[in-house]
Design a protein around this ligand. Sequence first.
Ligand SMILES: NC(=O)c1ccc[n+]([C@@H]2O[C@H](COP(=O)([O-])OP(=O)(O)OC[C@H]3O[C@@H](n4cnc5c(N)ncnc54)[C@H](OP(=O)(O)O)[C@@H]3O)[C@@H](O)[C@H]2O)c1
Length: 241
Amino acid sequence: MARVALVTGGTRGIGAAISKALKAAGYKVAASYAGNDAAAEKFKADSGIPVYKWDVSSFDACAAGVKQVEADLGPVDVLVNNAGITKDTAFHKMTLEQWNAVINTNLGSLFNMTRQVIEGMRARKFGRVISISSINGQKGQFGQVNYSAAKAGDIGFTKALALENAKGGITVNVICPGYINTEMVQAVPKDVLEKNVIPQIPVNRLGEPEEIARAVVFLAADDAGFITGSTLTVNGGQYHA
Ligand SMILES: NC(=O)c1ccc[n+]([C@@H]2O[C@H](COP(=O)([O-])OP(=O)(O)OC[C@H]3O[C@@H](n4cnc5c(N)ncnc54)[C@H](OP(=O)(O)O)[C@@H]3O)[C@@H](O)[C@H]2O)c1
């Protein structure tokens, strides 16, 4: 029986590449998204992967969403916590709304989503929880106190949850991408990318979403059971924590 994988934010950018790579590796995949229906419908038509709309910053919405996915596809074996947003500004100008939105979407979502599936994984003695953090959660970034705090939180979440579930066949790992060629990074002005970002990347280019997907497929595999609590850095050599 094919294992079931649920990818949050799985319809665009890195998440879309993860969804497609898991499908190609033989998983039954569900991709969630927040509100961009046009992108989700296009992704569904291209990939044949079912899409589900809910807000990962809401615990109740996650409960209902996971229930629907499990009714359609079966119990979730692999959860990829990928959905994320940025609301960048210097901390001394940051509003409570900008802080809360980023913390709740990028860190609160790990509780909201993982809590829905962990009891089932424990009962079945198999599970993979893979979260997408960021280089900026490892090193900090100007204008991203909210994002860096949330993404660093993802790493602590992973280390602690891995300990609690290590004996039960469940692995919990986190991937820290560097700068990846998605809409999130394309929002950075081109001259800033060329003058300030790419020169800091030793391989001298942005990463591609498929290069993060490859790491997810590696960690999701049944025979990756000895890898847990780890932080996998995929950043072209830019930073080593
Ligand atoms: N791009 C990079 O260079 C980079 C680097 C390091 C880490 N990351 C992390 O990698 C992850 C993916 O980034 P990306 O660049 O692929 O982002 P993206 O292209 O902006 O796509 C984000 C995806 O997340 C979904 N999403 C956002 N907020 C959500 C919410 N509240 N509830 C449910 N889904 C939500 C979006 O849904 P809609 O389509 O409906 O908006 C979309 O599917 C994020 O966690 C990001 O922080 C990215």
